[in-house]
Design a protein around this ligand. Structure first.
Ligand code: AMP
Length: 395
């Protein structure tokens, strides 16, 4: 069976077609700059890459164009859309309604609409794609929520110390994100450890970044919050910050609307980008190598914040048995991993520096045999989790 995986962002639409007989990726792509004058599709089939300019004022046009591309006789991978057995959607926010993936029904769509205010940038496009494909393809669809893996957190971890009615009336609390990634790598870690009963910290370090503390396979805490803004220093996000600075900066920088300020300034102009002018870890590392002190500071801050969270989660878990590095930075940057994990012998973490330096994008143990904590690099694959969850409903 072939499964279409759809991941709609606020101005992008990522997709893959996966053949579940061998979990091979038949094609993948991303419609970018949706809503912008210069929207285009980046599309990959095998080792061939295409960039196609196409007007996509909304996600609807993007979705229609991607379906057209899938059956395009020259570059497509399907002879007809009927070959798609099911569709798996990454849905940003499940609120408190979903602690696992579900088949998309009218009731599920109604709950997603209710949860729209929790993810105002992503939920409208997530819902639109589910609604359009429901009518257009008439195939089973599965919603895989980025938040559901974290629904096992205890209340003292997910509640904020705000007046009680803020939670009761508005569901203001920590939800956590990157759930499919934390779940995927924690499953592999469990296979490598040969048990389900162990204390694990998973570090998803990419452009967006989060940690999860996982006890016996269940998440007990995670660093992102009500939105993905909380926690680590990220490519363009501040992570943890004292809200008292907001009014001061808004006034000075000419913002009058708090939502606009949070969505643009704190989410898109801060983090590595705010500190150095570049959000990409490779670029910031190169700047540092060329003697740029802002880049040195940004990398120190990035690593220090991750280290602090590891310490906090080791305390929350009452000790760590295993630590996993994943995401673009966690999988590929030996330098970032070393900065984070050096001088943590007190916690039982001893990095094998040679193995760490040479490990990129593959499963590898990078701690020494003496290290009490087993440290693994495990590449994540969120699309595959979505395809597998979807397949489990329809096979
Ligand atoms: P992701 O959001 O998971 O795709 O990760 C993107 C981040 O991974 C960017 O900051 C990239 O610069 C970073 N990244 C990818 N490859 C490398 C690498 N070889 N060394 C350092 N950072 C990398």
């Amino acid at each position: 069976m072939k499964i279409l995986v759809v991941n709609a962002g606020s101005s992008s639409l990522k997709f893959q077609v996966i053949d579940m007989t061998d979990e091979s990726v038949l094609c993948k792509g991303v419609c970018e700059r949706i809503g912008d004058k210069e929207s285009f599709l980046n599309y990959t089939k095998g080792d061939k890459k295409f960039k196609i300019d196409y007007a996509m004022p909304t996600h609807k046009e993007a979705l229609m164009f991607l379906l057209e591309t899938l059956v395009n006789p020259e570059i497509g991978v399907l002879s007809s859309l009927d070959e798609i057995g099911a569709v798996g959607h990454r849905v940003l926010h499940g609120g408190e309604d979903f602690d696992k993936s579900v088949l998309v029904t009218d009731d599920v769509l109604a709950k997603c609409h209710k949860n729209e205010p929790l993810g105002p940038l992503h939920m409208p496009s997530n819902i639109l794609c589910m609604e359009i494909l429901k009518d257009l393809l008439g195939k089973p669809q599965v919603a895989v929520f980025d938040t559901s893996f974290h629904q096992t957190m205890p209340d003292y971890a997910y509640r904020y110390a705000l007046p009680d009615e803020d939670y009761k009336e508005m569901k203001i609390r920590k939800y956590g994100f990157h759930g499919t990634s934390h779940k995927f790598v924690s499953k592999i870690a469990s296979e490598l450890m040969g048990t389900e009963r162990f204390n694990l910290i998973t570090c998803h370090l990419g452009n967006g970044a989060s940690l999860a503390a996982i006890k016996d396979g269940k998440c007990i805490d995670t660093s992102m919050g009500f939105t993905p803004l909380e926690g680590l220093v990220m490519g363009t996000r501040t992570g943890d910050i004292d809200p008292s600075v907001i009014g001061i900066i808004m006034k000075k920088r000419g913002y009058s609307d708090v939502t606009e300020f949070v969505n643009t300034y704190l989410n898109k102009k801060s983090g590595l980008k705010g500190l150095t002018g570049d959000s990409d870890m490779r670029a910031v590392t190169e700047l540092k190598e060329n003697g740029n002190d802002n880049a040195r500071l940004a990398l120190d801050m990035f690593a220090y914040r991750v280290k602090k969270y590891i310490g906090a989660y080791a305390a929350a878990l009452n000790g760590v048995d295993c630590l996993v590095m994943t995401g673009g930075i966690g999988e590929n940057s030996g330098a970032a991993r070393e900065m984070i994990l050096e001088n943590m012998e007190y916690l039982g973490i001893i990095l094998d520096k040679n193995k760490n330096a040479t490990t990129r994008g593959k499963v590898e143990l990078i701690s020494t045999p003496e290290s009490k904590v087993k440290v693994y690099v495990i590449p994540t694959n969120e699309e595959l989790v979505i395809a597998r969850d979807t397949y489990s409903f329809v096979k």
